[in-house]
Ligand binder design. Structure first.
Ligand SMILES: Nc1ncnc2c1ncn2[C@@H]1O[C@H](COP(=O)(O)OS(=O)(=O)O)[C@@H](OP(=O)(O)O)[C@H]1O
Ligand SMILES: Nc1ncnc2c1ncn2[C@@H]1O[C@H](COP(=O)(O)OP(=O)(O)O)[C@@H](O)[C@H]1O
Length: 286
């Protein structure tokens, strides 16, 4: 078992603001990375200068103004919109926003999206990463596919449409956690590229970090900790990812975890690989 180091006490908010506005350190986001979609640099003022954080979740405000609701200026109805099946709704803002939460937490809210075959080590990495970040004083939350199917997603099967709905819901929840300033670790097979890309599109630029567990099917199948591959090979589970259902590997993700000299990196090494990325890109302050 690991010992839980007590997280360092947070500095008073005012001193962090001072630190953020006086330092000349460039806090990530512009450094060379694996993806061609180059992140926008955030600089001296750190989170204080981050317009996306300032906009936060409300940056996603969408919908069409209902033409029947009088659009004459000053009527107060200009902001009443229709979104999907919801009519006559209005966005409420609060003076404490994503920026303030991020400054309090000394981190930038984001989603670490771990994708890969069953048995590739997604949950293992999610737990190791959460533990390592926690020990360094960072707030994380894990959204694990298996676990969410016990509640939020209990009405969904493994057919393609249901997997898409599963990923859509988890993407929305992950987006809320990121808006809360949390480092949200989502660990799901998420076999379809378009579903993962739709989640990426929900989040402010560069705050969706896709991690591909590039572990060969033979290795996952040899591990088979739940005996599911065996059942799938015997035809007792239909539509099992990698056996008789597709898995589309990412073409352009931020991080790839893979075997080195035929061996899987240890959970701690995998976690360190992700933490290095987060540091380099300025997600972790303090
Ligand atoms: N048909 C089929 N295909 C794949 N996986 C299956 C299936 N049936 C059950 N399971 C178990 O469900 C876990 C995957 O759930 P996810 O929500 O991550 O799947 S998905 O993202 O919607 O594809 C997966 O967990 P992990 O092994 O942790 O990946 C399996 O334990
Ligand atoms: N880096 C690793 N090295 C060795 N074994 C691992 C590693 N990561 C995971 N495992 C083992 O592989 C099995 C599947 O891991 P798990 O995290 O449950 O995968 P997934 O969540 O992708 O289904 C478990 O028995 C786990 O202990």
């Amino acid at each position: 078992m690991f010992a839980l180091a007590p997280p360092p006490p947070p500095p008073p908010l005012r001193s962090f603001v001072a630190l953020a506005t006086t330092t000349t350190t460039k806090l990530g986001f512009g450094l060379p990375g694996a993806r061609s979609r180059a992140p926008r640099p955030i600089t001296a003022a750190a989170l204080d200068g981050d317009d996306e954080a300032r906009a936060g979740f409300r940056g996603r405000r969408q919908g069409a103004v209902d033409p029947t609701l009088g659009s004459s200026s000053g009527s107060g109805m200009e902001n009443v919109v229709t979104v999907g099946k919801s009519t006559n709704i209005l966005w409420h803002d609060c003076p404490i926003g994503k920026l303030e939460r991020q400054m309090l937490l000394k981190q930038k809210g984001c989603v670490i999206w771990i994708t890969g075959l069953s048995g590739s080590g997604k949950s293992t990495l999610a737990c190791a990463l959460s533990r390592e970040l926690h020990c360094r004083g960072h707030l994380t939350y894990i959204l694990d596919g298996d676990n969410l199917r016990h509640g939020l997603n209990r009405d969904l099967s493994f057919k393609a449409e249901d997997r898409a709905e599963n990923i859509r819901r988890v993407g929305e929840v992950a987006n809320l956690f990121a808006d809360a300033g949390v480092i949200c670790i989502a660990s799901l097979i998420s076999p379809y590229r378009r579903d993962r890309d739709a989640c990426r599109a929900l989040l402010p630029e560069s705050t969706f970090v896709e991690v591909f567990m590039n572990v060969p099917l033979e290795v996952c199948e040899a591990r088979d900790p739940k005996g599911l591959y065996k059942l799938a090979r015997a035809g007792k589970i239909k539509g099992f990812t990698g056996i008789d259902d597709p898995y589309e590997p990412p073409l352009d993700c931020e991080i790839v975890i893979q075997l080195k000299d035929g061996k899987c990196p240890t959970p701690k090494c995998m976690a360190e690989q992700v933490i290095s990325y987060l540091r380099e890109k300025g997600f972790l302050l303090g």
